[in-house]
Ligand binder design. Structure first.
Ligand code: XIL
Length: 291
C-alpha cells in the first residue's frame, strides 16, 4: 500500500485558491495501478503543509467551512476509487498546549472554527464520500514519558467528543515514529488501546520508523538494541490485538524524512540506504508477519 508523504497535503493539491494540482499524486497513482497496489490518503486537516494563502482566507466560520468542504470534495473526487481510507485530521493534540483539552493552539483550523473543526472535518469527509474509512492520526502516543501520557488522555477525550458530536471517526492511526533511546509505554498504553477500541475504532500503525541516532556503543550492540526495541513494540501492540494495518514511513533509509536531522541515519526503515534489507526487515518479518 502506498501513502503519499506530501503529494496530497494542502500545499501540493491546492497551491492557490481553487486551483488544484494533482500531478504528484497522479504519478504515484499510476505506479500503484501498474503494480496492483492500494493507496491510503494523507491528509485533509493539519497545522502544517498549508499553502500561504489559506490562513488568511479563513476569514469567518462560514467561509472556512466552505473552503474545507470544497477541498475535501475535490480531493476525494480525484482519488476515489483508488483511495478508500483517509487520515482526516492529523496531530490535533499538542502536549505543550495551554488549553485544558490539549488541542494544538497553532492550528489554523482551531483558530478559524474552534474545537468543532475536528467533528466537522469528519462529517465533511463522510458527506463527500460515505464509503470512506476515516482516521485520526497522531504521534507521541506510544512511549512512556509524561508528555505521551497527557497526549493519550487528551486524544481519548477528543475522540469521545468527536463521536458524541456526530463526527464519523472510524480509526486511530498511531504514527509510531519511535525513538529507540526512549522507554516504551506499557500499562498506560495498553489501557489506552483498549479504551480506543471500546469506542469502536480500529487501530492502525501508520508511519512506523525508528530513530536510532541517540544509541551509543558498538554497532552490533546498537543493532541488537534497535531490533529488541522494535520487537517489544510489535509484541506490545499485538497483545491488545487487532492492529489492522502497519505502514512504515518510507521504505529505504536513503529517503527517510529523519535524515533531514541526521544525514547518515541507518536502520530506521526496512531497507538501508542501498536498498538492501536492513535490521528492521527481519524484525518485521518475525515480529509482525510471524514468518
Ligand atoms: C513529513 C514528510 O515525510 C516530509 O517529507 C515533509 O518534509 C514533512 O512531513 N507526521 C506526519 C507526516 O503526519 O505528514 C510527516 O511527513 C512526518 C510526521
Amino acid at each position: 500500500m502506498l501513502v503519499p508523504e506530501s503529494e496530497l497535503k494542502w500545499f501540493s493539491v491546492q497551491p492557490s485558491p481553487g486551483v488544484f494540482d494533482f500531478s504528484g499524486y497522479r504519478r504515484m497513482a499510476a505506479f500503484a495501478h501498474a503494480n496492483d497496489m492500494d493507496m491510503r490518503g494523507h491528509v485533509f486537516v493539519w497545522h502544517r503543509a498549508n499553502p500561504d494563502w489559506l490562513e488568511g482566507a479563513l476569514t469567518d466560520r462560514r467561509t472556512a467551512e466552505k473552503i474545507l468542504a470544497s477541498h475535501i470534495k475535490r480531493v476525494t473526487q480525484e482519488t476515489a476509487p483508488l483511495i478508500r481510507n483517509w487520515d482526516v485530521v492529523n496531530e490535533a493534540i499538542d502536549t505543550e498546549s495551554g488549553r485544558e483539552d490539549g488541542l494544538r493552539e497553532e492550528s489554523i483550523w482551531l483558530k478559524a472554527l474552534g474545537p468543532d473543526y475536528i467533528p466537522l472535518a469528519f462529517k465533511l469527509a463522510h458527506a463527500a464520500d460515505p464509503g470512506l474509512t476515516l482516521a485520526y492520526n497522531d504521534y507521541g502516543l506510544e512511549q512512556g514519558d509524561g508528555g505521551n501520557r497527557r497526549k493519550r488522555r487528551c486524544t481519548l477525550r477528543m475522540l469521545e467528543k468527536c463521536l458524541r458530536a456526530g463526527g464519523p471517526v472510524h480509526a486511530l492511526g498511531l504514527q509510531s515514529h519511535l525513538q529507540a533511546h526512549m522507554p516504551l509505554a506499557h500499562n498506560d498504553f495498553r489501557s489506552f488501546l483498549r479504551d480506543v477500541r471500546a469506542l469502536g475504532l480500529a487501530l492502525y500503525i501508520t508511519e512506523l520508523d525508528l530513530d536510532v541516532s541517540r544509541l551509543f556503543g558498538r554497532m552490533d550492540d546498537r543493532i541488537k538494541l534497535a531490533q529488541n526495541y522494535l520487537r517489544a513494540y510489535l509484541d506490545l501492540v499485538q497483545e491488545e490485538g487487532a492492529i489492522e494495518m502497519l505502514l512504515t514511513w518510507g521504505l529505504s533509509d536513503r529517503y527517510s524524512w529523519l535524515r533531514k536531522d541526521n544525514p547518515g541515519l541507518a536502520g530506521a526503515l526496512p531497507l538501508d540506504a542501498d536498498f538492501d534489507r536492513g535490521p528492521m526487515w527481519g524484525t518485521l518479518k518475525e515480529g509482525w508477519l510471524h514468518i
